[in-house]
Design a protein around this ligand. Structure first.
Ligand code: F6R
Length: 607
């Protein structure tokens, strides 16, 4: 998976490209390169099998990069299939060194194509992108535009492929199927990016390419084609507030995003709940009023899946409506039987996750009623789904999703309360919950004040190789989400079970070196959890409690993190924030790169 940024114009756009690469480095950080073509059709490129800073120094020290060139392309890569080596780093070229190719996506039939092409050409890398370069050479006819029409028919998705023919170095031809691509034209200059964020700080407007469209960029002008016909494209306003911002006093951007959570919640609630009348008020939710829905099926991936799981509790408990959540990759493997009275909710903070988008296509193809909760206001999803709601979390830059997960849970909590009120089940209880919600951002601020204590505890727990996370009921998905964050950021192995399950088999793992983190708020399951934990303590396991009320019984725990008391249904918010801090501090203590966990990228855009 990669990000591509290209320029066609009359200036030296090196600083812009380097800035763009830096902006997007959070997403793809295995390797990076920059290529430029001079007036004598000579191609220059620099590759770095590491971070953008290494590439920037190399390019800036190269005298050739100081001149004005018409065509520039930059690229960062996150290797999905092949090793991170200079040979595998883009751009890839044809055997005659005439065509240079950059690619974002994965060519699923690359093996068949490679076997066919190996009879004529020698391959120097393991990548599918080199296969495209050789295919272009093989199918070349007349010009690049004609050739790329033929090439696109041989490629199985997903791709966004840019090609430079060095016999016409002022031209870039770009084809796209599924992988995103946007263009900005300004003052005789063309900028193209596979991610809108990289353009958001410089562009006022943009044009979005749809699947199977081709763009030909020449002499700082562009023309979009579909099935050979030239198209007039709609120009959209760039109203994205993209803030990678300053670190201020935070030690990582992940930490900064966790500390933004109380404000994010205020924003999510602000436009949808009237705290004076204690009513939910939202146009999109009101539209649901007209529909005859008796079931909600949520389809999402990992952290979004856990957020979806929490909704199931909300829908069932508050709105008395049946709800289930399915992991999107498995949804794709299963047989889909549509139901007219089901609302299919898709949950993805990025909207780019390949399996979630493909699941949406399957449901749409069978006329299922679709609803999307998305954080990216400019996404095409609004056009694809019947209804949508924005989570208003602000762009989440760093790999681990934190403030977005919280915003997703909040959006659906509001929706469940609205359905609850519509059915007029227990209006006074609904209003009491809204009052609790009003105070939730304050309680999260209080939770964050535990930070120094959590930091100290992380020092102690970072010495363990494995941990249990234990829970019941609505804290089930919350504990899974906390467990994911511990693994993702600190690489400490965690297992996650209901305290109830311990006797079934997890007790077999009982060992003093395998501590338990127990999420145990005051409420219905408190004393049952206490009783289960006594079994653990009897076997001398180390126990860390996350609780809402202090129980002065050191026999029950070694350590405690206390969070403010709130309604049981709202405890996932306070518990998750504490655990996000815990996971992040474990990682920091172990010297991990919290913002860029190993082998991961922000968006999983290919299968
Ligand atoms: C974990 C994390 C990922 C995402 C998953 C789905 O911290 O961020 O596991 O939750 O890749 O992403 P979205 O929500 O963009 O579909």
């Amino acid at each position: 998976m990669c990000w591509i940024f290209a320029y066609n114009g009359k200036k030296n756009s090196l600083p812009l490209l380097i800035d763009g690469l830096r902006t997007l480095e959070y997403r793809w950080y295995d390797s990076a390169w920059i290529m430029w073509v001079n007036k004598d059709w000579k191609v220059f490129y620099k590759k770095a099998v590491w971070r953008v800073s290494v590439l920037a120094t190399e390019v800036e020290n190269d005298e050739e990069s100081k001149n004005d060139y018409t065509t520039w392309i930059a690229h960062t890569r996150w290797a999905t299939h092949w090793t991170v080596t200079k040979n595998n780093t883009h751009p890839h070229h044809s055997e005659n060194n005439r065509f240079y190719v950059v690619h974002n996506g994965i060519i699923e039939n690359y093996k068949e194509l490679k076997t066919e092409l190996e009879k004529k050409y020698k391959f120097y890398s393991e990548t599918d992108t080199e296969v495209i370069a050789k295919l272009i050479e093989d199918l070349f006819e007349k010009d690049l535009k004609t050739t790329m029409q033929k090439v696109s028919k041989r490629l199985v998705w997903a791709y966004s492929v840019a090609v430079v023919d060095i016999e016409n170095p002022d031209t870039i031809v770009w084809i796209k199927l599924w992988s995103p691509l946007i263009i900005w034209e300004w003052d005789s200059e063309i900028f193209i990016s596979s991610d809108v964020n990289a353009l958001s700080s410089i562009a006022h407007s943009y044009v979005r390419l749809e699947d199977n469209e081709m763009v030909v960029i020449k002499n700082a002008k562009y023309q979009v084609f579909a099935s050979w016909k030239a198209l007039e494209k709609e120009v959209e306003n760039m109203d994205i507030d993209y803030d990678t911002g300053e670190l201020w006093d935070f030690s990582s951007f992940t930490e900064k995003e966790i500390f933004e959570i109380p404000t994010v919640l205020e924003n999510t609630f602000k436009w949808r709940i009237d705290f004076e009348s204690k009513m939910v008020n939202n146009e999109t939710i009101n539209e649901l009023n007209e529909l005859d829905i008796d079931k909600i099926e949520i389809i999402a991936s990992w952290s979004s899946y856990y957020a979806g799981y929490m909704w199931c509790y909300y829908f069932k408990e508050l709105a008395n409506i049946s709800a289930q959540v399915t992991i999107s990759s498995e949804f794709l493997c299963d047989t889909f039987i549509p139901s007219k009275k089901t609302l299919y909710v898709f949950l993805s903070q990025s909207w780019e996750t390949a399996d979630v988008r493909e699941s949406l296509k399957i449901v749409k193809a069978k006329w299922g009623l679709t609803f999307w909760v998305v954080n990216v206001v400019w996404s095409t999803i609004a056009k694809l789904t019947d209804m949508w709601m924005f989570s208003h979390a602000g762009i989440e830059v760093w790999v681990a999703s934190t403030k977005n997960v919280i915003a997703q849970v909040a959006v659906m909590l509001i929706m469940a309360i609205w359905m609850w009120m519509k059915k007029d089940l227990q209006p006074s209880k609904a209003r009491a919950l809204i009052e609790e919600i009003w105070d939730l951002p304050n309680k999260l601020n209080k939770t964050l004040t535990n930070w120094p204590k959590i930091k100290e505890l992380a020092k102690k727990y970072s010495k363990y190789k494995s941990m249990f996370m234990l829970w019941r009921n609505v804290l089930f998905p919350a504990a899974w989400e906390c467990s994911l964050k511990c693994k993702e950021l600190s690489y400490i192995h965690t297992e996650c079970y209901s305290t109830w399950e311990l006797k079934h088999w997890p007790l077999a793992l009982v060992w003093p070196d395998f501590p338990c983190v127990v999420l145990n708020p005051t409420g219905r399951f408190y004393s049952k959890n206490v009783s289960n934990i006594k079994e653990v303590r009897a076997r001398k396991w180390t126990v860390l409690w996350i609780i809402t009320e202090w129980e002065n019984d050191p026999d029950l725990y070694d350590d405690v993190i206390e969070v403010p008391k709130t309604d049981t249904l709202l405890t996932p918010f306070t518990m998750m924030v504490s655990m996000y801090l815990f996971a992040m501090n474990l990682a920091e203590t172990l010297g991990r790169d919290v913002d860029k966990p190993r082998n991961l990228a922000k968006s999983v855009t290919v299968e």
